[in-house]
Design a protein around this ligand. Structure first.
Ligand SMILES: [Zn+2]
Ligand SMILES: [Zn+2]
Length: 250
């Protein structure tokens, strides 16, 4: 009697299809990816990123003072990590996670991010983890804020001593990816305010968490907001960094 119930529960709980490419899964279900996507993801994880801005480490990269990109367009945060470039299968995972409301992928993606944070030389300095906020109208449509879920996983998986921080998005802003680069900065300028935690970041090391960093303007505005609230150091952790057609200035 019990067995059919367990089997059906298993089917309910475990993903039956690869969360990146959609092919049927025949593994033990502990990983939401097929073998091919698992291998491709492992290869993406090997791709080096600049320890300062988190972007692809190019041929001239990259020492502690950054890569060619961030030497031309200096970032204001102190350092960044990413899981990989915004390419398959990471891209498919992120699109299903936020575009199709697959909140069940948060533990898997969040743990990948937490591993990156744990390996960073600044990991011990993170005292507050702050997800990049969605405006409540978009959050209501999606049902969750993907950065919230990622930030929670990062705290659970490693940065347990870190407090939870919050920013508020004061107005809905069009997706940065849909805008020409010249409009991206004015789109988010002043769109973030510290939430109830404002006193909590004063003099502390803050980690900003988001899913994808494109031009970097959203992260830059969040950085400005937590610095204004007194943050001593600001670090960034994103699942992916996307290519940019025109890099800056931010
Ligand atoms: Zn797959
Ligand atoms: Zn860089």
């Amino acid at each position: 009697m019990l067995r059919p119930l367990l089997v059906s529960l298993r089917q309910l709980i475990l993903p039956a299809h690869c969360a990146a490419c959609g092919r049927a899964l025949n593994g033990d279900g502990r990983m939401p990816l097929c073998a091919a996507c698992g291998r491709a993801l492992a290869a993406l994880l090997e791709r080096p990123h600049c320890p300062l801005c988190g972007r692809n480490a190019g041929p001239y990269a990259s020492g502690p003072d950054g890569c060619l990109f961030c030497r031309n367009y200096p970032v204001r945060f102190d350092a960044a990590v990413r899981v990989g470039p915004y390419e398959e299968p990471l891209r498919g995972l992120i699109l299903r996670f936020k575009g199709q409301g697959r909140a069940d992928l948060a533990p898997f993606l969040g743990r990948l991010l937490a591993e990156r944070v744990a390996l960073a030389p600044w990991a011990d300095r993170v005292e507050v983890v702050v997800p990049v906020p969605l405006h409540w109208t978009r959050r209501a449509r999606r049902g969750f804020n993907q950065s919230d879920l990622l930030a929670r996983e990062v705290r659970l998986a490693g940065a347990r001593q870190a407090a939870r921080g919050r920013l508020r998005r004061t107005r809905p802003t069009p997706h940065q990816m849909l805008l020409p680069s010249a409009r991206r900065h004015s789109n988010v300028r002043g769109a973030f305010r510290p939430g109830w935690f404002a006193a909590g970041v004063k003099g502390r090391g803050v980690l900003l968490v988001d899913d994808v960093m494109t031009s970097g303007t959203t992260i830059a505005e969040c950085e400005r907001a937590v610095r204004q609230a007194g943050a001593a150091e600001v670090y960034v952790a994103v699942l992916a960094t996307a290519d940019y057609d025109d890099p800056g200035p931010w």
